[in-house]
Design a protein around this ligand. Structure first.
Ligand SMILES: *Cc1c(COP(=O)(O)O)cnc(C)c1O
Length: 349
């Protein structure tokens, strides 16, 4: 196959912003060190961009969810620094951990047995302190299958760290109980928002994800976290339309006067969902290009009446401040990032 021509969509990734965000979260973690959640291709940013930036900034603990995510991360960091959150469901998973040297997170008595039967050795253990998702129940932590594990990090996950509610303290207290009950080397509780709860919640190791990539969910992080991902899309075509003509599916926008419009190579398949369309404004050279009508799968039409120098092939900036876009759309900052899709040429700023 011939080489692919450049895409008409690009995602500029600010490596310095990733490093800055990690260093900020590491500092806010007090005496604890910050690790990094890099699951789901580093939340859509791209493991090949995020992991080297995080490693060079100083991160030494990387978390993925699936075993399938391990090889991409191992291109950049040593295996003993990589943990797989979903844990070993069967002998094949455990064998893969052994062969690669990455550490499983044990989430149940069944997983503890799978790991021990495969030969055991150093692992992490997740205790469920109230999110009721993945992890050992508090009632199971005394089980001999758990007590016989060789535990590096004992971890738990907060359900509502982005809120100031009593359940955070309750999970904290349960985690302290688990710390007493399960022999371990290190402890870890806080995600990005949990770091905002204060250093008391940081224990030995924090596990930020979202905020590494520009997400801000708590007051304490406002002004501390920088935007990481900057999408740009090419203009496919410009045209003139007359007053009364409709734009896009169902003619949701009808031109009130003669206009010059431009078709942008970006659509909901690239994570720019329909709900982001109304009131959105793209930019060219700082000049405003308001979005018109419905967002299509691969195209968005903008009003270029005031930007006469805009031409086919020009690149326009797509605004993507995560906190602001989430506020406007009702989407979560996580969803906005992880649904960006694969059609962008990713590259450093
Ligand atoms: C995804 C994840 C994180 C990171 O959470 P953020 O809210 O993105 O900071 C930390 N720990 C666990 C167990 C996770 O699954």
């Amino acid at each position: 196959m011939a080489d692919l021509p450049p895409a008409s969509l690009r995602l500029k990734i600010d490596r310095d912003a990733i490093a800055h965000n990690w260093q900020t979260l590491d500092r806010l973690s007090g005496a604890a060190s910050a690790g990094a959640a890099v699951k789901a291709d580093a939340y859509g940013v791209g493991v090949d961009y995020a992991v080297p930036a995080l490693r060079d900034a100083g991160a030494r603990a990387f978390f993925v969810a699936h075993w399938s995510e391990v090889p991409a991360v191992l291109k950049h960091v040593p295996a003993e620094q990589v943990a797989v959150l979903h844990g070993p469901a069967n002998a094949a998973d455990a064998a893969f951990a052994r062969a690669t040297g990455v550490l499983p997170v044990i989430n149940s008595i069944a997983q503890a047995r799978v790991w021990t039967e495969s030969g055991g050795g150093l692992c992490h253990v997740m205790v469920d302190t109230g999110i009721n998702r993945l992890g050992l129940s508090m009632g199971d932590i005394g089980d001999p299958a758990v007590q016989s594990l060789e535990v590096d990090v004992l971890l738990s996950h907060l359900a509502s760290a982005d809120e100031d509610i009593a359940s955070n303290r309750k999970q904290f207290d349960r985690f302290e109980t688990a710390i007493e009950a399960v022999p371990h080397r290190r402890t870890s509780l806080a995600n990005s928002a949990g770091i905002g709860l204060g250093t008391e919640y940081a224990f030995d190791l924090t596990r930020p994800g979202l905020s590494l990539y520009g997400g801000v969910q708590r007051e304490e992080l406002v002004g501390e976290i920088r935007q990481v991902v900057f999408p740009q899309a090419a203009i496919l075509q410009t045209r003139r339309i007359e007053a009364g003509e409709g734009v896009g599916y169902n003619a949701q926008f009808v031109a009130p006067c003669d206009m010059r419009i431009a078709v942008v190579s970006l659509g909901y398949a690239d994570g720019f969902l329909r709900m982001l369309g109304p009131d959105a404004v793209f930019r060219f050279d700082g000049k405003e290009l308001p979005v018109l009508g419905k967002v299509s799968m691969d195209m968005i039409v903008v009003d270029a009446s005031e930007v006469e120098d805009l031409r086919e092939g020009d690149w326009v900036d797509i605004p993507l401040s995560l906190p602001e876009t989430a506020r406007r759309s009702g989407l979560s900052q996580y969803e906005i990032l992880t649904t960006l899709g694969s059609r962008y040429d990713r590259g450093l700023v």
